[in-house]
Design a protein around this ligand. Structure first.
Ligand code: F6R
Length: 624
């Protein structure tokens, strides 16, 4: 978690840093800050407990003016409460070295105790502050005080001091460091937390993700673990932690900066819900037909032999991505491939049972979720190959996985995942059909029909979105409810879980997703008179059973809203209906999830919650 920005060039650094932080706020938003160098006054530091808008207002009262280098940070607290003192950037004793950090320094207490003994004074409770004092100590050790104030003398010393400090750190970090005596160079380092360098003309950038600098440049270099960058306005040099130079060729990012703006919608979440037809279209494009699989094969490079020989699939993911995995299980198994799904955070022990006969599919929008990455490493250690489904080019997952299938959803900014989920579902369908064709588990004609149905989905999602006003009315009716129950069966059961998760995240009310058939085995006891129950009841072989479960809920006083299609509606008796277009049962989650996302959005809107930045959350969870 946490977002980092860095800038060096000709413009006022704080303008660019703050703009970048606003785009990175999804990574954490409990406090934030910037530091720069004012050529006349020295170190410039502004921090607030709260959001980037408050920081912006603080800077406006006392701007940096001529400072053209700086670093910024937006925080999701791990060590130390959200407060101004704990906000980054952190400084050394002399207010000369300043640093922003994302990650966790596991041995910070040890380092801090040593530094306290040598007289360092700490101002915060963070793990990060230990690093900045450690750098100060290393600078002292290099005897810089006597050195000429020339950059060609000081810069290598600064680099060496940071490199030596980093060598003592355990844990995960992405960091950017500035030394007031060396204002022509920023240093960046990465170990298990994402960091990317943006390459502009006469200006360069450091950021946790490309959205922070896309407005200025699309040329980027993703640092690898164990690498540092010395970033000046006209050049960037890359090194490993041993100080040896490494080469990088920049990649060109296809996203453009407007994709990360609200585009007239009140919230990113609503915009992203409405972008879902495109997310599916882009994720399917070119990957379904012709069904020989050779396009996909070339793209992900997954050998046909491996696909033919595996005995099963193990999906690992967290949160919404886990729900996509649960849908994936039904889809793969529909085509005869046994599939298990686990929360990445619960996978550690199960990793021992996987081997080369099991293909791991790791699903992650960000590609940076620590639990997922850890699970991937465990699975690889057990001999399994890993295929990543991710939305994020250059993410850690893409480097650690053996094969990668990108969802092409564009940047997802709303903390509650919507379009990334639909992209993950689309990717599951693409893979399932690809595997089924290669494993000869499907006739070509059936595969073609399945593909044709899938290609209709973007238009059907558009039609589902047209039902938005009906969903709004129902949500307003239930806006004061403190409990929600979502029920469904079979392939829509994960959609019930996802509907409940969406409400919990952004409205802070209690919601349960349950397998409709399980309700009678205990949970039905929670139903009280007037309780909102949302039931997915689209046409399926389970429909009559779902209809029974709806009756059971109603008999105990529930006020049921049924998600139906035009055919199933005739068979279901509910208080409210939300109609989605009919599609093949196996594809129905791509449509049934739409009203549930909208429902959660409208409930949160009625409750005046901070929809894009819900309390206690961050988009990218890079701690375990
Ligand atoms: C829910 C949500 C989270 C993420 C989860 C995994 O709306 O956003 O549950 O789905 O933290 O994140 P990724 O997909 O980035 O690994």
């Amino acid at each position: 978690m946490c977002g980092i920005t860095g800038y060096i060039g000709e413009k006022t650094a704080t303008d660019i840093l703050v703009d970048g932080l606003k785009r990175l706020e999804y990574r954490g938003y409990d406090s934030c800050g910037v530091a720069g160098i004012n050529p006349e006054k020295g170190l410039y530091l502004k921090r607030v407990s709260g959001r980037v808008d408050a920081l912006d207002a603080l800077i406006a009262k006392d701007p940096l003016k001529k400072g053209t280098v700086g670093i910024g940070h937006t925080r999701w607290a791990t060590h130390g409460v959200p407060s101004e003192d704990n906000a980054h950037p952190h400084t050394d004793c002399k207010n000369e070295v300043v640093l922003v950090h994302n990650g966790i320094i596991e041995n910070y207490l040890e380092i801090k105790e040593q530094l306290l003994r040598t007289g360092h004074k700490f101002k915060s409770e963070t793990d990060t502050e230990a690093v900045v004092h450690l750098i100060e100590e290393k600078i002292k050790g290099l005897n810089v005080s006597g050195a000429a104030a020339r950059s060609d003398v000081l810069e290598p010393m600064f680099f060496e001091a940071v490199r030596r400090a980093i060598a003592e750190l355990k844990g995960s970090f992405a960091m950017a460091v500035l030394w007031a005596r060396c204002p022509g160079m920023l240093l960046a380092a990465r170990q298990h937390s994402p960091l990317v360098i943006g390459l502009g003309g006469g200006e360069n950038f450091i950021a946790s993700d490309v959205s922070a600098f896309l407005k200025y440049t699309k040329k980027a270099v993703f640092l690898n673990d164990g690498e540092m960058a010395a970033v000046k306005k006209d050049s960037v040099l890359y090194f490993n932690f041993q100080g040896k130079k490494v080469e990088h060729s920049p990649v060109t990012i296809q996203w453009d900066s407007t994709m990360a703006e609200k585009g007239g919608y009140k919230h990113f979440m609503l915009k992203e819900i409405h972008e879902q037809p495109e997310s599916v279209e882009n994720t399917l494009r070119g990957r379904l037909l012709p069904l020989k699989g050779d396009i996909l094969q070339r793209e992900i490079n997954l050998p046909s032999e491996l696909i033919r020989n595996i005995k099963g699939v193990q999906i690992i993911a967290c949160g919404t991505a886990y729900h996509a995995g649960l849908v994936g299980r039904y889809v793969f198994e529909n085509f005869g491939l046994p599939t298990s799904v686990d929360f990445a955070s619960e996978f550690s022990d199960r990793a021992k049972i996987v081997n080369k006969d099991i293909l791991i599919i790791a699903v992650s929008q960000s590609g940076e979720t620590a639990d997922t990455l850890y699970a991937v490493r465990e699975a690889k250690a057990s001999g399994a190959k890993v295929l990543a489904i991710t939305n994020t080019l250059g993410s850690t997952l893409t480097r650690e996985a053996d094969y990668v299938l990108y969802t092409h959803c564009g940047p997802e900014i709303g903390v509650a995942s919507t379009k990334a989920f639909i992209g993950q579902l689309a990717a599951m369908y693409v893979l399932a059909i690809h595997f089924a064709v290669i494993r000869k588990n499907i006739f070509d004609a059936d595969a073609r029909e399945y593909a044709n149905e899938l290609l209709k989905i973007p238009r059907l999602i558009e039609a589902a979105l047209e039902g938005s006003d009906a969903v709004l009315k129902i949500a307003e009716h239930f806006a004061k409810s403190e409990h929600f129950l979502f029920i469904a069966r079979h392939i829509n059961f994960p959609i019930a879980l996802e509907g409940a998760l969406k409400i919990k995240e952004i409205s802070y009310v209690h919601a349960e997703g349950y397998a409709a058939g399980e309700m009678k085995h205990g949970p039905i006891a929670i139903i009280y008179k007037g309780m909102p129950v949302l039931a997915v009841a689209t046409t399926s072989k389970m429909l009559s059973l779902v209809a029974n479960n709806i009756e059971e809920a109603k008999a105990r006083g529930a006020e049921v809203t049924a998600i139906v299609d035009e055919d199933s509606r005739k068979l279901i008796k509910a208080s409210h209906y939300i109609t989605v277009p009919r599609t093949a049962e196996i594809l129905s989650p791509l449509l049934t999830v739409i009203p549930l996302q909208l429902f959660a959005y409208f409930i949160a809107l009625a409750k005046k919650c901070d929809i894009d930045k819900p309390r206690n959350l961050a988009k990218s969870v890079t701690v375990r």
